[in-house]
Design a protein around this ligand. Structure first.
Ligand SMILES: NC(=O)c1ccc[n+]([C@@H]2O[C@H](COP(=O)([O-])OP(=O)(O)OC[C@H]3O[C@@H](n4cnc5c(N)ncnc54)[C@H](OP(=O)(O)O)[C@@H]3O)[C@@H](O)[C@H]2O)c1
Length: 324
């Protein structure tokens, strides 16, 4: 086995703020302990979640819990990056699930993936990259994919149920359309005019342009409405739901929290958690060609500020990939 490198480059966040709080630093490469693997990360993505954490962009009602969790005066964890895609280059003692040389993609916690190397527990939510997928393509899958699988799971989604996706062109939206189509659901998706063809290409049966005059949701049409924009409220979408229909809300605010408290199991909020089973499902769908990576743009690590600026526009289509 080749000796491990001793240093690596990583993105570092010095404070909460705009993209200029990010820099590149040199750090020691960590060594895997018992039950850990060392990953050489070749690609990640700058997600809307990374941008939120960087800017501490959370609704007022979550300010205090958010600061207690992320750091009161500045980020407690200064190494950002949620998704990873790379190759296992060393394993610690007792590791049985993974071998050196395996190409994997996944997500683990909210930090540490915008670096050339990262330690992961062997139980992390990751799966082998399907043949034919590049590291960059695999890095585009976890953020949206895990979110959709977790909301489907907690929201008692059944295969074939009709789905409306608001924000169909974002990272979560492109995953929701494709996964629901793979599960046999009729899908309606909403975006602005310029992204309608993308929604159709991903399999949406019906597309709606929210910028069109007279834009309105069909009534009594959906088993599930999945909002990835944060501009819907229960009262507005309830007439569009069929009896027993559910409302999945990926973006939370004080008003939506009240909606969720009032509507019990018919409304699903919260953080989409990654699991090893979810990673295996994403790999299965991708290997079948049912879940295709959608890449908005690619940036080198040195251009991390530009990558964040692109995410901050709120207009990306799929994933902003970071090549490490
Ligand atoms: N709860 C969770 O666990 C969880 C997990 C992941 C993400 N999220 C949240 O979910 C949200 C979406 O994440 P993402 O990564 O998918 O975001 P994203 O990739 O930045 O999505 C941007 C998309 O939103 C669309 N959009 C903007 N305004 C719209 C409107 N008025 N109506 C319909 N579409 C609109 C844009 O399309 P156009 O350019 O066509 O307008 C754009 O393609 C973020 O707020 C993120 O924080 C939550």
């Amino acid at each position: 086995m080749q000796p491990l490198p001793t240093t690596m480059r990583a993105v570092h966040q010095s404070a909460y703020g705009g993209p200029d709080v990010l820099d590149i630093v040199t750090l020691p490469v960590p060594q895997p302990g018992p039950g850990e693997v060392l990953l050489r990360i070749f690609a990640s993505d700058v997600t809307s979640g990374d941008a939120r954490i960087r800017a501490f962009n959370v609704p007022g009602i979550f300010w205090l819990p958010g600061r207690l969790s992320l750091g009161i005066f500045g980020p407690r964890n200064t190494l950002p990056g949620v998704d990873f895609s790379g190759e296992i280059i060393a394993v610690g003692s007792g590791v049985t699930r993974w071998q050196v040389g395996t190409r994997v993609f996944g997500q683990h916690g909210f930090f540490g993936s915008h670096a050339e190397y990262r330690l992961l527990p062997e139980t992390a939510a990751m799966a082998e990259i399907p043949a034919g997928l590049s590291f960059a393509e695999a890095a585009a899958l976890p953020f949206g994919g895990f979110t959709v699988l977790d909301f489907f799971n907690r929201g008692r989604y059944r295969k074939g149920e009709s789905l409306l996706v608001n924000g169909g062109s974002g990272a979560v939206g492109v995953a929701a359309i494709q996964i629901a189509k793979a599960y046999g659901s009729p899908v309606t998706a909403i975006s602005s005019t310029r992204n309608l063809d993308t929604l159709r290409a991903l399999g949406a049966d019906t597309v709606l342009d929210y910028t069109a005059p007279g834009f309105a949701l069909p009534q009594n049409a959906f088993d599930v409405v999945f909002d990835t924009v944060g501009n819907m409220r229960w009262a507005g979408i309830a007439p569009s739901l069929r009896p027993g229909g559910r409302f999945y809300e990926a973006v939370i605010s004080g008003g939506l929290l009240l909606d969720a408290l009032r509507n019990g199991k018919r409304m699903v909020i919260g953080t989409g958690n990654p699991t090893p089973e979810g990673a295996a499902e994403l790999a299965r769908l991708a290997s079948m060609g049912a879940l295709k990576p959608v890449i908005d743009s690619r940036f080198a690590m040195a251009d991390i500020r530009a990558a964040h600026a692109r995410v901050d526009t709120g207009r990306k289509v799929g994933a902003v990939v970071l090549e490490l």
